[in-house]
Design a protein around this ligand. Structure first.
Ligand code: NAD
Length: 422
């Protein structure tokens, strides 16, 4: 099986080749600038000392400080971390924000730690990577199994080390500690901005369009919320416990309340209930938003997908083979790729960092509008580049994902060339 790193490098190579950039660009971008491996000793509640391993990978900073999350996971490897850091360079470049890419990880199962142990681990990790991070150097944020509380401990630890507050050193912090309330729903909001722009461009409008969403966690819930607020009809939702279908439209706020209180979407009191968490993937809806996990639309089930438009809320929900098959369907319009559609979180991180550098904070509505404006701009830049690539390569089946990666690589290349690196 192809590893995540091999896949990422393949995507990178493909984009560089598609636009005929020199091969040395691949040589440069296929390796990170810096890899730091650290040990983090933690005195556990039972008195024993445990030594955890962590990494911070800084991939490329041609466009600005390294930026990317920190993952706490028992199976994380250095290779995965390098792949994730490379992906962040591309994602940040495509987002049009002044950041390079980085990613951190600690090999640990945080579910097995007490709150005190988790705090010690978070602070220990910051002490270990402190020489190479900071608002102008490298700005971490949460990823899998890390959250605003962990960011609060981390920003506090770095502030103690430096001897003054460094709000801009981490993002997605709690609002009272230099964070922004929009962060809670920024990814879901961004997904819906992409869906709305795509529907207006290709389906004749967004209002009244039917939407099916797989996954009803942070991304899925807030995507459903903004989709229904902006006039679309959410007809199917699911989580790991099952699915709800209602062709008349689901009451999203009620579904959020019930799911968050009972941890099961199927406790929603109306509509039809199903055991199959994959149901929304195959619902007859105009727009499908996979917002759960990776590899859910595969060669085996892609023929059952009926939506004309897919907006990838989750990372990697569509396999490459399945994507090819989708585009061979006559009524299929596009898969708006994850790297574009789910970038709302990192764009919000950028806005939070700008606030922190100035100690000047926008109100919620103002922040939301700034975020939506950046997402709209990125959608149209990618859609336009896609049109251009298709006309330049009529012999190739160029996807919107290809266009997104090409745009990302072009921007990094331009910066590196101007700086005299390549
Ligand atoms: P989450 O843990 O809050 O929610 C995940 C949801 O998916 C839950 O409702 C869970 O029950 C459901 N789920 C899990 N497996 C499922 C399955 N097999 N079928 C149906 N539902 C299933 O996670 P999240 O933060 O909402 O992230 C969802 C996806 O979006 C992930 O791929 C994540 O990497 C990606 N993403 C998240 C963010 C963010 O800011 N949260 C940003 C970018 C990308």
């Amino acid at each position: 099986m192809t590893s995540y790193l091999e896949w990422m490098l393949g995507v990178l190579k493909n984009s560089i080749d598609l636009i005929g950039l020199p091969a040395e660009v691949y040589d440069f971008l296929s390796k990170p600038d810096r890899i730091l491996t650290v040990k983090i000793p933690v005195r556990m509640d039972n008195g024993k000392l445990m030594v955890f391993e962590g990494y911070r990978v800084q991939h490329n900073n041609a466009l600005g400080p390294y930026k990317g999350g920190i993952r706490f996971h028992p199976e994380v490897t250095l290779d995965t971390d390098i792949a994730l850091a490379t992906g962040m360079t591309l994602k940040n470049s495509l987002a049009g924000i002044p950041y390079g890419g980085g990613k951190g990880a600690v090999r640990v199962d945080p579910q097995k730690l007490s709150m005190r142990e988790l705090e010690q681990l978070s602070r220990g990790y910051v002490r270990a990577i402190s020489p190479i991070i900071g608002p102008e150097k490298d700005i971490p944020a949460p990823d899998v199994n890390t959250n605003p509380q962990i960011m609060a401990w981390m920003v506090d630890e770095l502030s103690r080390l430096r001897g003054y507050n460094v709000p801009g050193a981490f993002t997605a912090k709690p609002p009272v500690l230099w964070g922004n309330p929009v962060r809670l729903y920024s990814t879901g909001l961004g997904v819906v901005v992409a869906a709305k722009e795509a529907a207006e461009k290709w389906l004749g409008g967004f209002e009244g369009k039917t939407i099916a969403i797989q996954g009803f966690g942070n991304v899925g819930q807030w995507a459903a919320y903004w989709a229904s607020k902006w006039g679309a009809k959410v007809i199917a939702i699911s989580d790991i416990t099952g699915a709800v279908y209602d062709p008349n439209g689901i009451d999203v706020e009620l579904a959020m309340k019930v799911t968050n209180e009972t941890k099961k979407v199927i406790n929603y009191p109306k509509g039809e209930k199903f055991d199959d968490p994959a149901l929304p993937l195959f619902t007859d809806a105009d727009i499908l938003i996979p917002a759960a996990i990776e590899n859910v639309i595969t060669l085996e089930n892609v023929d059952k997908v009926k939506a004309k438009l897919i907006i990838e809320g989750a990372n990697g929900p569509t396999t490459p083979d399945a994507e090819k098959k989708l585009y061979s369907r006559k009524d299929f319009v596009a898969t708006v790729p994850d790297i574009l559609a789910n970038a709302g979180g990192v764009v919000m991180s950028y806005l939070e960092w700008v606030e922190d550098l100035q100690y000047y904070f926008w109100d919620e509505e103002e922040t939301r509008e700034k975020l939506a404006k950046i997402m709209r701009r990125n959608f149209h830049r990618t859609a336009d580049r896609w049109e251009k690539l298709k006309s330049e390569h009529p012999d190739k089946a160029v996807t919107m994902r290809d266009a997104a990666f090409v745009l990302a690589v072009e921007r990094i290349y331009e910066a590196m060339k101007l700086r005299g690196w390549v």
